[in-house]
Design a protein around this ligand. Structure first.
Ligand code: ADP
Length: 253
């Protein structure tokens, strides 16, 4: 069976095509039209796999833009798709922390990989990838360079939770000549504290996995491990967990 999973996120759209003996992955910026982006992923994935659209048996869409993909056979919530993808990659995991562009989630799983509880922050940019993108811009760098540039030995605590106030706080600290590496470590600590607080509400049971685009930032992993006092497992394709779960769920259609 050939299936396709699409995770149309707020920042990045991810697609996974699963064939019996092979798989393909594509990530593109979501842009302003989730509908066009979904179509772009389908076209790109089938092209890479040397297939036609009619060769694909089923498509499941997830993420913010999941209802905007007319070609999808079904849309499924992000929590279900992330749990499915993660259980496939790391079946031993009991807690998943996923930090994306516009929300962060904590998902508790039982031994069979079923979701037993979850918490989600989707009302505020604090504790999300968007917060880091805004701060990276203020610091004149790309979000992918934050981890290498941090200096945890000089961590400057960021007091403002709100993204707008935190931006002013960073500008003020830069004007006072504080080290950029210390400020970045402080931003990582701020995101980690916020997410760890949310995780504490539903309880963290190990082993714990860290997924989502923000899991590519090893500075956030470090800070989260400090806050949770637990090691984190990060799957190699951490940003594709939801899309993989969607492609796996499509096999049941
Ligand atoms: P969404 O599904 O909401 O679009 P993702 O899980 O795709 O979110 O994560 C997007 C976030 O991941 C971005 O906001 C950014 O902070 C972070 N990110 C993406 N690529 C990288 C990278 N190479 N290094 C560090 N962070 C990254």
């Amino acid at each position: 069976m050939i299936t396709l999973g699409l995770d149309i996120g707020s920042v990045a759209a991810k697609g996974v095509l699963l064939a019996p003996n092979d798989s393909w992955r594509v990530v593109v910026p979501t842009g302003w039209s989730p509908r066009d982006t979904g179509q772009q992923l389908i076209d790109e994935l089938t092209r890479l796999a040397g297939l036609e659209r009619h060769d694909v048996d089923a498509i499941v869409a997830t993420g913010y833009g999941r209802i905007s993909v007319p070609d999808a056979d079904k849309s499924v919530t992000e929590i279900t798709c992330h749990a499915k993808g993660l259980t496939h990659l790391l079946p031993q995991v009991r807690t998943v922390i996923d930090i994306g562009g516009q929300d962060s989630k904590v998902i508790r799983l039982n031994e069979s990989g079923r979701v037993i509880d979850f918490a989600m922050n989707d009302k505020c940019a604090a504790g999300t990838g968007r917060f880091l993108q805004v701060m990276a811009q203020v610091l004149g760098m790309d979000v992918s360079d934050l981890a290498d540039a941090e200096d945890p030995s000089e961590t400057v605590s960021i007091n403002s939770m709100c993204t707008v106030f935190a931006e002013s706080e960073i500008i003020g600290h830069l004007a006072q000549g504080m080290s950029r590496g210390g400020l970045i470590a402080g931003l990582h600590q701020s995101v980690a504290k916020r997410v760890a607080g949310m995780a504490a509400r539903i309880g963290v049971v190990g082993p714990v996995a860290f997924t989502g685009g923000v899991a590519k930032n090893s500075g956030i992993s470090r800070a989260l491990e400090e806050e949770l006092k637990a090691p984190l497992l990060t799957p190699g394709d951490c940003q594709f967990t939801g899309a993989l779960g969607a492609a796996l769920l499509a096999r049941n259609l």
